[in-house]
Design a protein around this ligand. Structure first.
Ligand code: ATP
Length: 274
């Protein structure tokens, strides 16, 4: 094997795990079976604070199943530790409350409210007002509503969504902006770990570049990200480390440079230059 990516098919700990500093999310021995199919088998990785971990692999390798397993959306074996707390038995909504959020492959927003109001709605946990408060303290509540809208606008601009789109309906804005909106909504407020499933799906060149910039900015802000992606250029440019899955098992784990030189990965997945 060339390079230093660690093949993990034989099991055993990988030294690359020891390189992760300030672990925020750790999965250990995750396994999922669908009837006779072992869709995930003994998958372990760690995510450091302010880091992007890429998860790649051919179709059917188990990438989405791995997300379902981490977020407790499927029966699984193994352990999940978030910020030092064993959260293996915590349901998905409890994980979201603890700062572990997830965006799915499909865009997810309310079609019949504006982009800005979509964002305001997910910030309700911080800026929400009650009917009773509006009656008793109307001026205070009006001020809070203004603050909520400013916070929502800032959250959208953090993802590069320009103000000219804030008052449009999501279906009226370009597809790349809709993808960014889905990410912004998944982030909400208080996210510490964000898991993205193919964020670049359907994006063209300029939108792809905007996504790279946005992901790097989120990481630089201290967010930790796990990103499933088929676009190799994108994942190789933004990820700090990469896990390669194949038939439910970990084929390799290393830096992008290590993964690109790994013979097993080249044979199984990335394709080899003649
Ligand atoms: N609910 C399910 N019931 C039965 N089999 C499933 C289920 N979900 C996934 N599988 C199977 O588990 C395996 C892993 O699927 P998964 O969707 O995790 O792969 P993936 O790497 O995300 O693929 P893709 O890149 O195509 O999205 C596949 O063989 C798939 O057919």
């Amino acid at each position: 094997m060339q390079g230093t990516a660690h093949a993990t098919r034989e099991g055993g700990g990988s030294a690359v795990l020891d390189q992760v500093r300030d672990t925020v999310l750790e999965v250990e021995g995750l396994a999922v079976s669908y009837g006779a199919l072992r869709a995930l088998d003994g998958v372990s990785w760690r995510l450091g604070r302010g880091e992007i971990l890429g998860i790649i692999g051919p179709n059917g390798a188990g990438k989405s199943t791995c997300y379902d397993a981490v977020t407790n959306l499927v029966a699984r074996e193994g352990r999940v530790v978030l910020k030092g707390e064993d959260v293996t038995r915590v349901p998905a909504y409890g994980l979201a409350e603890r700062g572990l959020r997830r965006a799915f492959q499909q865009n997810a927003f309310f079609d019949d409210v504006t982009v800005l109001d979509n964002m305001v709605s997910v910030l309700q946990d911080v800026w929400g007002t009650s009917f009773a408060d509006c009656l008793v303290r109307p001026f205070r509540e009006r001020r809070r509503t203004g603050e909520a809208r400013r916070a929502a606008a800032a959250a959208l601009e953090r993802l590069g969504i320009a103000p000219l789109y804030h008052d449009r309906y999501p279906t009226e804005v370009p597809y790349g902006t809709q993808r960014m909106l889905s990410i912004a909504l998944a982030l909400g407020s208080g996210a510490e770990v964000l898991m993205l499933d193919e964020p670049a799906a359907g994006l063209g060149g300029a939108d792809m570049e905007a996504l790279v910039v946005a992901l790097a900015r989120l990481r630089d802000d201290g967010l930790s990200l796990v990103v499933i992606e088929h676009h190799m250029d994108l994942i190789m440019s933004v990820a700090d480390r990469i896990v390669v899955l194949d038939q439910g098992r970990m084929l390799a784990h290393g830096t992008p440079a290590e993964i690109q030189e790994n013979d097993e990965v080249l044979d199984a997945y990335l394709g080899r230059a003649a």
